[in-house]
Design a protein around this ligand. Structure first.
Ligand code: 2P0
Length: 321
């Protein structure tokens, strides 16, 4: 039996960076994200009776060895739970560049969890799908839900505000077209092991999460933007202070950050966040999104902008990938 699922990327406004328990993939900090419409992964999984290595196709091509191994480990958990032993055929397609800091592992493992559970005949509630997705990638648990989503230290994930309830946007400014060099998992493990700022990062995260939660519940964009920029800069400062330092930005990243701040000073309400890659995501009101996209598109070195509205959570079934 085949399983089909679609999930969207999410962008953290309060960042997860560090693991409390690597084996269970539990985060060391809570996080809060916005699931985006349009940045989606569509995945089809089919388990065959015969044993053997899984076949993993990304956008029609066999996945590289580390991705193949990571997907296989994830599917082993699904097989163990469902009592299956055959190999799987996985076909997955993204509507955005993979592994460039656009959270493809979040939409990827959320869609894989949904499709694999369905293919294995497991009937899982959203909370169980989130727990399964988390084992693939912690941020994937947040993509099970739409809109604004919080994940706590136990990995439990819940929707705070549905996508249609608040007219905000994320404008993604693309600053590079090559894959990132340090994966999020490696980057956060190295940060935890070597950064002298890591204890301060952990100690200050709960206050950021509480401030962001309150801002989301009050639909207070300025308060949310302020804490989002602070959480982003703190995460990157912490990673930069590892030995060797982890630098996800390029020069254009910095110029976009400066542009966001100068336009904000001039009266345009916009705030930035950056993940484990060089792209910048700008948070603004939906009514300002065209203007924000226009001012970021002309920053030298930016080769594209995309406006994303709040999007839905995981959907199961539908047409073939
Ligand atoms: C986040 N990131 O909260 C943070 C901010 C990137 C920067 O979660 O090791 O791919 O697979 O659990 O989820 C990206 O890390 O890491 C991430 P694993 P994941 O969105």
């Amino acid at each position: 039996m085949a399983g089909l699922a679609r999930a969207q990327a999410n962008i953290a406004l309060v960042k997860y960076w560090g693991k409390r328990d690597a084996a269970a993939n539990l985060p060391a900090t809570g996080s809060l994200s916005l699931t985006l419409a349009g940045f989606s992964t569509r995945t089809r999984v089919e388990f065959e009776p015969a044993p053997g290595p899984d076949l993993v196709l990304l956008d029609g091509r066999p996945a590289d060895a580390p991705t193949q191994a990571r997907v296989q480990r994830f599917l082993d958990r699904v097989r163990a739970r469902a009592g299956l032993s055959g190999r799987a055929r996985v076909e997955t397609r993204n509507t955005f560049p993979t592994a460039a800091g656009l959270a493809s592992s979040a939409s990827g493992f959320a869609a894989l969890a949904g499709a694999a559970a369905q293919a294995a005949g497991l009937d899982l509630a959203p909370a169980e799908l989130a727990a399964l997705a988390r084992l693939g990638s912690a941020s994937a648990a947040r993509s099970i839900y739409g809109g604004f989503v919080e994940m706590d230290l136990d990995g439990a994930t819940r929707q705070l505000v549905p996508p249609e309830a608040w007219d905000v946007c994320m404008v993604v400014a693309l600053t590079a077209d090559s894959p990132k060099r340090v994966s999020s998992t490696d980057g956060m493990l190295q940060t935890a092991a070597c950064s002298p700022y890591y204890p301060a990062w952990l100690a200050s995260a709960p206050a950021d999460l509480a401030a962001a939660r309150a801002a989301v519940q009050a639909h207070d964009l300025a308060a949310l933007g302020e804490v989002a920029e602070a959480s982003c800069l703190k995460m990157h400062a912490c990673a930069l202070a590892a030995r060797p330092g982890i630098l996800y930005w390029n020069g254009v990243t910095v110029e976009v950050m400066r542009a966001v701040r100068s336009h904000r000073a001039a009266g345009l309400p916009v705030w930035f966040t950056i993940d484990a890659g060089p792209h910048v995501k700008a948070l603004c009101a939906a009514a300002d999104s065209a203007r924000v996209a226009a001012v970021l598109a002309v920053v030298p070195g930016v080769f594209g902008t995309q406006v994303a509205t709040p999007g839905p959570g995981l959907s199961l079934g539908g047409e073939d990938a």
